[in-house]
Design a protein around this ligand. Structure first.
Ligand code: PLP
Length: 396
């Protein structure tokens, strides 16, 4: 372990464990200890670990072709793009390798939109507590001073408003402004699993404001997308369409991929030479993405996400919902947050000691993002296990 530590840049505070294999929702360390994975590598392992269909696809694809340049047509890329556009009712896809890259593409498109309207310094409305990535543009769009501190000067061109507050945006819209887009997570992940109080009217309201002002509506679905909330994309619960949607994390179940998905109006803004990515959309990642989406569909994993999400939350509510230390339990499908009345990062290590993988975000929100293949008995176990840990922590 120390050798690894000594040769890596110190960007992560790592937990004292190293996994050597996985199976479904379970991970195993070198000593054979078995851990229940309630985090999926932060919403990445959609199909859990070692899924036979995914392993088969990756193995077969690796034998055929791993990478060719985007100078050529890539069939797997076209197939995945076709699937994503048909599921999202959007028009075309730019593939990259991560969430921040997908968001970078969306920011560049918003600026192109502004310039097409002769706005020299276009601005994008972004949210407090938002998280969009760690590159300079996405970090500047992110609403966390903790993430930004030390990296100034940040990029200009972002106006910040509170999340879930249409009036704040309306106020900007009524004044003279250079806004060309709104960038928002339908459900904030890193910010604390924040579900808008009235999800539907918030998203419908955002769409209306964008239509009225000719702004692009960009949904960052990097964390909440790809079936996790019970629909392919979280915004589909509200029946609205964005101009741009960004995806990554769970799209290929662990193989790095990102996607910036756009509608017909937006696709007209770009032409060859304006944007690109060497690795983006390589055959291996796209084949893995296609299998992930097909398995979600074939095995009914979106309805499973709804069922198991409800089960976990109902057990949590019964077990700790009335505890003074629990401020709220929020969720949509298998994106679950338990907000405590005090900071609780230490719970991550306590849970690890109990062979349970969870996360804490925004200081006091326990976050669960289990694989979509989680069974009823595993979901029950996860919730019951967590209750014991939280109870002990709050009563200490
Ligand atoms: N957008 C959202 C909503 C995220 O949750 C994240 C990562 O947590 C990102 C963007 C950045 O994704 P990546 O780490 O793949 O760059």
């Amino acid at each position: 372990m120390s050798l690894i530590k000594n040769s890596l840049l110190n960007t992560y505070k790592r937990l004292p464990v190293s996994f050597v294999k996985g199976e479904g929702v379970w991970l195993f360390d070198k000593l054979g200890n078995k851990y229940l994975d309630g985090l999926s590598g932060v919403a990445v392992n959609t199909l859990g670990h070692n899924h036979p269909d995914l392993v088969k696809t990756i193995t077969e694809q690796a034998k055929k072709l791993i990478h060719v340049s985007n100078y050529y047509h890539i069939e797997e890329q076209c197939l995945l793009a076709k699937k994503i556009t048909s599921l999202s009712k959007l028009s075309s896809v730019f593939f990259c390798n991560s969430g921040c890259e997908a968001n970078e593409a969306s920011i560049k498109l918003a600026r192109l939109h502004g310039h097409s309207l002769s706005i020299d310094n276009p601005e994008i409305i972004v949210m407090e507590k938002a998280f969009h990535g760690r590159t300079m543009a996405t970090l500047s769009a992110t609403g966390s001073r903790k993430a930004q501190a030390g990296f100034e000067p940040l990029m200009s061109g972002f106006i910040r408003v509170p999340f879930d507050d249409l009036e704040a945006i309306d106020k900007i819209a009524t004044k003279k402004n250079k806004v060309t887009a709104i960038l928002v997570e339908p459900i904030q992940g890193e910010g604390g699993v924040n579900v808008p109080a009235n999800f539907i009217s918030y998203l419908v309201g955002l769409r209306k404001i964008c239509d009225k002002n000719n702004w692009l509506l960009i949904f960052d679905e990097v964390q909440c997308g790809v079936g996790r909330t019970g629909k392919w994309f979280a915004h589909q619960h509200a029946g609205v369409l964005p101009d741009i949607m960004t995806l990554a994390k769970g799209l290929a179940s662990g193989v790095p991929i990102g996607a910036c998905v756009v509608n017909e109006k937006t696709e007209k803004l770009i032409s060859p030479g304006k944007h690109g990515s060497t690795f983006g959309g390589n055959p291996l990642a796209c084949a893995a993405g296609l299998t992930t989406l097909n398995v979600i569909e074939r095995d009914g994993l979106m309805s499973n996400a709804v069922r198991q999400g409800k089960e976990i939350v109902s057990i949590l509510e019964k077990g700790i919902g009335n505890h003074d230390g629990v401020k709220s339990i929020r969720h949509m499908g298998l994106m679950i947050g338990v907000e405590l009345n005090k900071p609780c990062y230490e719970l991550i290590e306590i849970a690890l000691g109990e062979k349970l993988l969870i996360n804490v975000t925004a200081d006091n929100v326990i976050r669960l993002l289990p694989p979509l293949i989680i069974s009823h008995s595993e979901a029950t176990l996860l919730a019951e296990h967590l209750i014991k840990i939280i109870d002990k922590f709050l009563d200490a």
